[in-house]
Design a protein around this ligand. Structure first.
Ligand SMILES: Cc1ncc(COP(=O)(O)O)c(C=O)c1O
Length: 388
């Protein structure tokens, strides 16, 4: 097969990379545009990107930050979460979710996920609430929304904050509302593998003015004035620091790239949805392969395409990974459960069974998925699985 896309790690034997960033000529122009200004951070392009992002998600405020990890950290800080508090997170997520809790001095409490969608298990959440619990971080895994109405009910009943980890979920909706609007904040990632990339970058959305102001100041060392305010009124050095902040800013070059990518995000997500539909149609009939069904694919950002490999399939999950790699196809597993990492064994708490996340960890495999993946590439993945 003539190669469509090059491997990121320059392995010539790879025919289908796991992910290929969607960078077009207009993105290059957007970066050049930002370079023409001599204000390269905290400038007007960031404001434009933030305004567009809040329009896109239907939130009142959007604040650009350096990545989703800092978005989660600032969100937790904005809600006063710190030493002695517990924050409930799913056992299957990227390590950043747990780290952001630990940065605040609070303890992550690991709970199980659902077998059907790898999202946080409501039953497990209920079993893990203690007097110390202050917040829940649901992760909209692979782009499918968590059950936000059930989570909202729990949060009201127990007085808990919700910080939504929307790293996978740009474009994901729950009951017609964009995710990130159900919690105190929603945190998005623009890492290169994500549905929209600024290389590194992130965004926080919120509908609370107070939270937005606090986060805006905390992303820039706790400084109370913007760069423009400092240089257009009074003395530039005459600003105050209201609290401990960080340098979690998003620069103009990344903001310009993000602003341009956002214009075609819907289209890029549709292409992901089409590819996901095609995978499901062709894989669900293979004995021993289980697909994740979603009847509302149009509300799913389709960030990852995950299958489960059952006992009656000819190969184990690891052997299927090897077989696909031998045939030039990269795949991966999202994610190794947090309780299996040495660090979290001594830096987290567990109050309920994690059996489903352990079972899934043996079975799941993420297949190549990106907007520009071709039918030929999809067919090669499908046929290589069939021929194993
Ligand atoms: C679920 C989840 N949360 C948080 C993050 C952290 O994102 P970032 O790399 O932008 O800090 C990621 C990134 O991979 C993620 O997948």
């Amino acid at each position: 097969m003539k190669k469509n896309h090059l491997d990121a790690f320059e392995n010539n034997a790879i025919k289908v990379p796991f992910v290929v960033p969607n960078i077009q000529n207009s993105d290059k122009k957007a970066i050049e545009l930002a370079l023409q200004s001599n204000l390269l951070t905290d400038g007007p392009i960031l404001k434009k990107f933030e305004d567009e992002f809040s329009k896109f998600t239907g939130s009142k405020y959007a604040i650009g930050v350096s990545n989703a990890t800092s978005a989660l950290h600032l969100s937790l800080k904005s809600q006063g979460i710190g030493i002695g508090d517990e924050v409930i997170i799913p056992n299957i997520t990227f390590v950043a979710t747990a780290n952001s809790v630990l940065y605040t001095g609070a303890t992550p409490v690991l709970v199980d996920v659902n077998y059907d969608d790898i999202n946080i298990s409501i039953k497990s959440v209920e079993k893990s609430i203690t007097k110390k619990t202050k917040a829940i971080i649901p992760v909209h895994f692979a782009g499918k929304s968590c059950d936000m109405s059930k989570l909202k009910k729990i949060s009201k009943k127990f007085g808990l904050k919700i910080i939504e980890d929307c790293a996978h979920a740009i474009g994901t909706k729950f009951n017609k509302t964009h995710v990130g609007n159900f919690g105190e904040t929603g945190c998005f990632s623009f890492y290169p593998t994500k549905n929209l990339t600024t290389f590194e970058g992130g965004m926080i959305i919120t509908n609370s003015k107070q939270t937005a102001l606090k986060i805006k100041s905390m992303r820039n060392h706790g400084i109370t004035k913007s760069l423009k305010e400092r240089f257009t009124k009074g003395h530039p050095w005459d600003f105050d620091v209201s609290e401990l902040g960080y340098n979690y800013r998003l620069d103009e070059i990344r903001a310009s790239l993000g602003f341009n990518q956002l214009k075609r995000l819907k289209k890029m997500n549709q292409l992901r949805q089409n590819a996901s539909r095609y995978y499901t149609k062709n894989l669900k009939t293979i004995p021993g392969i289980e697909t994740f069904e979603d009847s509302k694919l149009k509300d799913n950002s389709c960030h990852l395409y995950v299958i489960r490999i059952l006992k009656d399939f000819d190969l184990t999950r690891n052997n299927l990974f090897n077989h696909l790699l031998k045939n030039g196809i990269r795949t991966s597993v999202h994610y190794k459960p947090l309780d299996k990492f040495n660090f979290y064994k001594s830096n987290s708490k567990i109050y309920s069974s994690l059996n489903i996340s352990h079972e899934l960890y043996e079975k799941i495999l993420s297949l190549p998925l990106f907007p520009q993946i071709s039918k030929k590439e999809l067919d090669l993945v499908i046929n290589t699985i069939k021929q194993s």
